[in-house]
Design a protein around this ligand. Structure first.
Ligand SMILES: [Fe+2]
Ligand SMILES: [Fe+2]
Length: 196
């Protein structure tokens, strides 16, 4: 398997881990009598907003999808669908952020809505990544050439963009922060404490 595909799949795994954590903590926030530690939700939403939405998806659009389209014009409908999902993802994350602000202010009011939005977003994003891994990557393997893979790998590895490379390191720090704030069984943080 080539390096570009490994990087893309690794990024999907990291995104997926945060989505699982978000989904589980949103469930805990709805069911538990303890006030959640909202820092972990803010860190998770920041991660999703900045990593998949602002880096991973734009790199797919500009490199993977663009190169595949040039080699295989019949992939247009599939690529259109995935690009629409990239745009839709940005809208959904704004809804989640609004819901989190409300929940933090009025907890426990709003916990059911927040959980539903978190579930919907996780499902939406998992379906999206599944389509990329199950449909786009196999087509790319068949139709892209060495020069295409080099360009894609350069973009995803951050080799041609020192700022992107620095930002990737920020995400690793943010990812560790999520793990250190999230209570068990999601992470290694303190349990949420009773407030009454
Ligand atoms: Fe994508
Ligand atoms: Fe992706």
């Amino acid at each position: 398997m080539n390096k570009a595909i490994n990087i893309i799949k690794d990024e999907h795994r990291s995104i997926s881990a945060v989505l699982s954590g978000l989904k589980e903590l949103a469930r805990m926030a709805e069911d538990a009598p303890e006030r959640p530690d909202f820092r972990v939700f803010r860190a998770m939403l920041r991660y999703i907003d900045e990593f998949p939405e602002k880096m991973h998806h734009p790199k797919e659009d500009r490199y993977l999808f663009a190169r595949l389209l040039a080699r295989l014009p019949s992939a247009q409908p599939l690529i259109d669908k995935l690009q629409k999902e990239h745009i839709e993802g940005v809208r959904l994350i704004r809804d989640l952020e609004r819901s989190l602000l409300f929940l933090e202010d009025r907890w426990p009011v709003g916990s059911r809505d927040f959980r539903k939005l978190a579930d919907d977003y996780a499902r939406f994003h998992w379906d999206h990544m599944r389509r990329e891994e199950g449909e786009i990557l196999p087509l790319a393997v068949l139709h892209l050439r060495a020069a295409d893979w080099e360009a894609i790998e350069g973009a995803f590895a951050g080799n041609d963009d020192p700022i992107a490379d620095l930002r990737e390191k920020d995400f690793q720090v943010l990812f560790s922060r999520i793990a250190s704030l999230a209570p068990a069984p999601i992470g290694l943080g303190e349990p949420w404490k009773k407030t009454v």
